[in-house]
Write a protein that binds this ligand. Structure first.
Ligand code: PLP
Length: 365
């Protein structure tokens, strides 16, 4: 039995009628860019998050760049970002002309360590980008308190955490603005690239909308310098059809994670701190035998992956910052020991049993 890391086909099969209808109606209307389908998606996603505004954009990386620009962050500014995340979180900061400043992460939460923010602060620091990594919320209470004390903007990177909550509040509603990715493998995935920005502040939302569409809100009225980062209508139609199922899929992920956690040895399993709802974009185990476990899974035809193999500050693209091994001890240890197991809502308990068996009797309870 081979088990893929993710199975997007299973989800499509389960809602084929809705998806095919959504795609067909975009083609029949030849409404490929903009229009009501985009508005409907924006309203549905804003209401899913429980926030005033959503702006549909081309992808989750652009979403971060546009959010930074809308907050006025650019040349000469510094932005605090976690050392362990997907490259976009930091790359977007460089791409608006600002400088990412890396902060180590918490061992269990695997998100930016609030106790280290102070030592990274300078008079240039303008913002923090907490990432709710793997679907587990960052420590938003301490992060927001620090941001308020130091007059910093907060951009939540929610690319992996659609619907996750911290102390019963949905992620994306804590900071000034938040960004989402709808990359196909994300918890809410399009059939191509897509992203979104959410905010409560109407004027900030309007600025994002303009930045993503050539600086205009209505045709030929270019108020500011913008760009083209629109979500295409086909993706919006597909995402709108999927939103009503998202909660059920999240429950499915949580159920799969609970199977793993009940079967695997306590030393391996990820922890969910009290007060947090983890939406398990990824189920990430930790072991000093990581490479051997990965080999066993490969031989057993079971998909797995490492998110991520290198702390961002140690990547060639950030060698200019001259960081050394030892500068980010927690992220460095995690990168050497983490392993993402297959997780998607349709994964069965038999498959989870099989994966645990392949990991070997030392790995399960
Ligand atoms: C996926 C992801 C992004 C970027 O999303 P794209 O849609 O692929 O551009 C940003 N941040 C994190 C943490 C992600 O996982």
């Amino acid at each position: 039995m081979s088990i893929p890391f993710v199975d997007l086909k299973a989800q499509y099969e389960s809602i084929k009628g809705d998806i095919d209808h959504a795609i067909q109606s975009v083609i029949s209307d030849t409404s490929f860019i903009g229009g009501d389908i985009i508005k409907t998606f924006e309203q549905r996603f804003a209401s899913f998050v429980g926030i005033n505004h959503c702006i549909a954009v081309a992808n989750g990386t652009d979403a971060i760049e546009i959010a930074l620009k809308a907050l006025g962050i650019g040349e000469g500014d510094e932005v605090l970002v976690p050392a362990l995340t997907w490259i976009s979180t930091a790359g977007a900061v460089n791409n608006v002309g600002a400088e990412p400043v890396f902060v180590d992460v918490l061992k269990d939460e695997r998100s930016i360590d609030p106790s280290l923010l102070k030592e990274k602060l300078s008079e240039r620091t303008k913002a923090i980008i907490p990432v709710h990594l793997y679907g587990l919320p960052a420590q938003m209470d301490s992060i927001m308190a620090f941001a308020r004390e130091n007059n910093l903007k907060v951009i939540e990177d929610c690319a992996q955490a659609h619907g996750a909550t911290f102390r019963n509040q949905v992620v994306g509603t804590f900071g000034d603005i938040a960004t989402f990715s709808f990359y196909p493998g994300k918890n809410l995935g399009a059939y191509g690239d897509a992203g979104g920005i959410v905010a409560n502040d109407g004027s900030l939302a309007r600025t994002c909308k303009m930045l993503s569409n050539h600086g205009q809100l209505s045709k030929h009225d270019h108020q500011i310098i913008g760009r083209n980062s629109r979500m295409d209508t086909m993706q919006a139609a597909i995402l709108s059809a999927k939103i009503p199922h998202l909660e059920k899929w999240t429950e499915g992920r949580i159920k799969v994670a609970a199977w793993y956690s009940s079967k695997l040895d306590d030393s391996l399993i990820p922890k969910t701190p009290e007060g947090s709802k983890h939406v398990f974009h990824l189920y990430v185990i930790e072991s000093q035998e990581r490479d051997a476990l990965m080999q066993k899974l490969k031989e057993g035809n079971i998909g797995c992956a490492i998110h991520y193999p290198t702390p961002l500050p140690h990547l060639p693209s950030y060698s200019y910052k001259k960081h050394f091994i030892g500068d980010f001890p927690v992220a460095e240890k995690l990168c050497a020991e983490i392993l993402s197991l297959p997780i998607f809502p349709e994964l069965s308990e038999e498959e989870v049993d099989r994966i645990c068996e392949v990991l070997g009797s030392d790995s399960y309870k």
